[in-house]
Design a protein around this ligand. Sequence first.
Ligand code: TYD
Length: 217
Amino acid sequence: MSLFITFEGPDGSGKSTQIWRTAEFLRGLGHEVLLTREPGGTSIGDQIRDIVHDVANTDMCSPAEVLLYSASRAQLVHQVILPHLKTGGVVVCDRYADSTFAYQGYGRGMDKEALRLITQFATQQLKPDLTIYLDLDPAEGLKRKQNASSAGEGEWNRMDQLALDFHRRVRSGYLEMARSEPDRWLVIDAMDSIEAVSQAICQRLEHYLAKTPQSHV
Ligand code: TYD
């Protein structure tokens, strides 16, 4: 049985901790779990990540930005995600195509139909079985990320420095996407305790695993 799970939500939402816990939970159930992230996850993707997140690249136009994220994704799907799913494993990915719809679509206002076509092309139409969105007020998220970055933990990137309004549009985009596909999305309040968030995720996974034998092969 293969399963593709993605996590969305801002840095500071506890995403990394929850990804780690989810992987451990699934390993405990006997699954072969592969953790990866976007942009990056491959050598080519990591090189793209450096370009797309470099705060010096203030002149990057939106189409170039979306194509760079999509190029990283195409490589990751081809080289890492699909091969693992084909062995019957579980892939847990820190961000995926929903980030493009949220940031470039809702945030930057790019044409969603164009994004849909680019995404289909880049991903070979691979969609997550389950997407967990850790919802956090953008002001709180940016504050947490700024604190972490001044303490020398985590990276302050080109997207972080966009205005608060941009991040508010991103958040409402996520919530809208989640409402339109409730079977795929789980929205969790990231202000809840680590334990409570983790429990909500595990419950949803147990429910999912009990009812849906998935296969991408
Ligand atoms: P990252 O440093 O990985 O941190 P986090 O996921 O914890 O926020 O930052 C990824 C950034 O890239 C984040 O600001 C969202 C942005 N992004 C897009 O704008 N579009 C995309 O398609 C993806 C994958 C990410």
